[in-house]
Design a protein around this ligand. Sequence first.
Ligand code: ADP
Length: 605
Amino acid sequence: MKKVALVFVLAVFVPSLALAWLAVRSVRDQQFVLERQQSLLYQGVADALAKDAGAYLADRQHEFAQQVETLLGGHRSRDTARIFDDELRTNWSFASVGFVVTLSGEILSPSPTARPEAMVFCVDYSKFLANRESAEVYANAGNNSKYNGNNSIALNQADQKLAPSQSFQIQNQNSGYSDKDKYAQKQQMRNVVPQKGGDSSTDNDFQYSKVASSEAEFRQIIGDASEGSVARFLENKLNVLFWYRPPSDPKMIFGAQISLPALKSGLQEVVQKLDPALREDIAVALLDDTARPVSVSQPEFATNWKHPFISTEIGEALPHWEVAVYLLNPAKLTQSARTLKLTLGLLIAVLLLAIAVGSWLIVTDLSRQLTLARQKTDFVSNVSHELKTPLTSIRMFSELLAEGRVKDEAKQRNYLNIITAEAARLSRLINNVLDFSRLERGEKKYHLERCDLAAIARETVGTYRPHLEANGFTLETKWPDAPVLVNGDRDALAQVIVNLLSNAEKYASGRKEVTVELERRAEPLPHVEVRVLDRGPGVPSGCEEKIFEKFYRAHDSLSSGIQGSGLGLTLARQIARTHGGDVVYQPRPDGGSCFILRLPVLSES
Ligand code: ADP
């Protein structure tokens, strides 16, 4: 049994526990996985729309370059420069101011006196464009560098001005200034705080802006690139400048201050590209640098714009502008995670319960089988012993008689009586065993007929009496005067009574008093009781029902010395039940056992 328990623990219990532990862990992670999947999906959406916004700006940048080329149209650059502000604004609605500056810092356009906007522009930008002052800017250069050879001196000069201690970096991919090791970027906090960091490596990363400003002069920014943009905050207001160097005159830089209202209305369409299938779950907004929405995918949607689910910055061209994704029903995510968790949890619980119940069934069945196997082995040795004892007596006494060594007649009779009693015992035992095996195979047949139980009992007890009295027992009987009719098999009922009598004899201990009573009872239904009583030690407590199980012995042969097969009561109960009655045990108040055979009685008529 110990070995079986060990195998069970190692093969079933431990692996089940390990699996359950893994399952519970994975269920616990489900919410995280689900949120992660959602955030990755929406991060993709935000990134794509931010890329679209960037592409829109790049298109305007090229549009501006074309405007410049059209205005130049074969004229001398200096001639075009004088009228550039007016002409550009007339032809291109995105420009609020057009400016022209030479590489050496001479501002050719606009004229400060031309109009108030030009005046403000000159106040704000003349020193910066003339390289006489550096400013904190967000620079974005185009990819087409054409002037590497031409302005190498200027670059070297610019290089010398940059000291490692200064906190800036020029975001010009084609210039020699993109030296991240040498110049630290100014890291800034973002205007919005997304709930999810998307693919950020650490939890706090996403609170910082990926767009960095740099302290630089205009000349440093343009480097050797052919076009680009510069964004700058003046009195907390975003200014965006596009610039372009025509290949025909690379020493001249044409630029435009972009009209933010025009840009905003142009960018309206970006968030409208949101996939209609996603509109049930999310809204997307384009936020400006003050975290106010420029455009929203679902115009009726409103929320605390500073706390999107996820957001992506557009880049240096529009610093602190973001494409932000908001969940329309934030509870839905937790809800579906909870539902998933609950379903999986329930499934695991049911599986564990099934394993537990299955294991319990296996263990109980196994232990029952083991007990049965042990009882069968005991049975074989008990029966062999029971067969051997009467056989030995029969052989011994019959040999004595056969050899003619016993001359005394009384002794001879006594020996013959012993031989008869032992032979009866033998046949009783063999009957029991045969009947039991017939019952087990379902082959036992009873011949039920109307018979008088009182007569059967009287006859059976009468046959057994000499044997009991010869062994020093006193036998008392109480019979009714009238017959007690039952529907039964005579032999089978006699076998029940003999089994009970034989037990009363075997387990009588020192007090050899046996009583047999037969009584009619009216309650609860008319029935008859045959009671076999003894004054022995009784059935040990806790075994009152077990003694009716096959092979079960409360007094085993080894410790009590009383022979038995553990089948007598099993058979007695089986027979009684087939007759619609039962055999039960009751302890006697003054010590001893009382076994009762109950049977339904037939009416007299
Ligand atoms: P067995 O061959 O062992 O007597 P039984 O089925 O007749 O088998 O009885 C089962 C067990 O019930 C016995 O082993 C004994 O422990 C207990 N038993 C039966 N009759 C009595 C009795 N009259 N007094 C005490 N114990 C009894």
